[in-house]
Design a binder for this molecule. Structure first.
Ligand SMILES: Cc1cc2nc3c(=O)[nH]c(=O)nc-3n(C[C@H](O)[C@H](O)[C@H](O)COP(=O)(O)O)c2cc1C
Length: 190
């Protein structure tokens, strides 16, 4: 049994919708247990993130997918507070060789989302994790990876007034990332 955790912050609910799609994709792989973990700003006191239960779930995971909205060209401050709190795991090499991947949502088609994904990548490399990219070709009729991001999944908010974006194509894109990471985690756990 492999354990895949989807760890995300969402301020207004868009990234939460994408995280749910990622988790749905991960859960569709046989032999995979999925944790969907929302970071809460209530766990940040004087700028410091603290939640032992969240870290225990991550410590017990074979793969962690990082998710955050892109705020001012990078991850949300709440995500960064969590990342800073992971420094203790960095010191002990506790997350070394776990799989990692990332996803982000913002209003613009670009909106500097790549900076957020690259931050996740750097965080994963500091922890000695193994980065899983997203090779789905954007040239398809379903809108899969329509924003053409191969470092991780990008989704766009604000284009559908009748439901909370990301739209169906972006959610499918997130689902495929979840499937991909979980499939690798299941193989490695054998
Ligand atoms: C403080 C703040 C900064 C933002 N900065 C950006 C940005 O740099 N690029 C962008 O395209 N959208 C930006 N946005 C829009 C958000 O990325 C977008 O609304 C996103 O869907 C929010 O995700 P959430 O609902 O999970 O919080 C920003 C929004 C806020 C509140």
């Amino acid at each position: 049994m492999a354990t895949v955790s989807i760890l995300y912050f969402s301020g207004a609910g868009h990234t939460a919708k994408l995280a749910e799609a990622v988790a749905q994709g991960a859960a569709s792989i046989a032999g995979v247990k999925t944790n969907l973990i929302a970071l809460s700003g209530d766990d940040i006191t004087k700028g410091r993130y603290h939640n032992d239960a969240v870290f225990a779930q991550l410590d017990a995971s074979d793969a962690i997918l990082f998710g955050s909205p892109t705020y001012m060209g990078g991850p949300a401050a709440q995500f960064k507070a969590f990342a800073d709190a992971s420094g203790d795991r960095w010191y002990r090499g506790a997350w070394r060789d776990k799989l990692a991947a990332g996803f982000t949502v913002s209003s613009g088609p670009s909106g500097d989302k790549l900076s957020t994904l690259h931050y996740f990548f750097t965080l994963a490399m500091q922890h000695g994790m193994i980065w899983v990219g997203f090779p789905e070709n954007s040239m398809n009729d379903k809108g899969i990876n329509r924003l053409s991001s191969y470092s991780g999944v990008m989704a766009q908010a604000g284009q559908e007034p009748v439901e909370i974006a990301p739209n169906a194509a972006d959610k499918l894109t997130g689902e495929l990332l979840g499937r991909r990471v979980a499939a690798f985690a299941a193989k490695l756990a054998v």
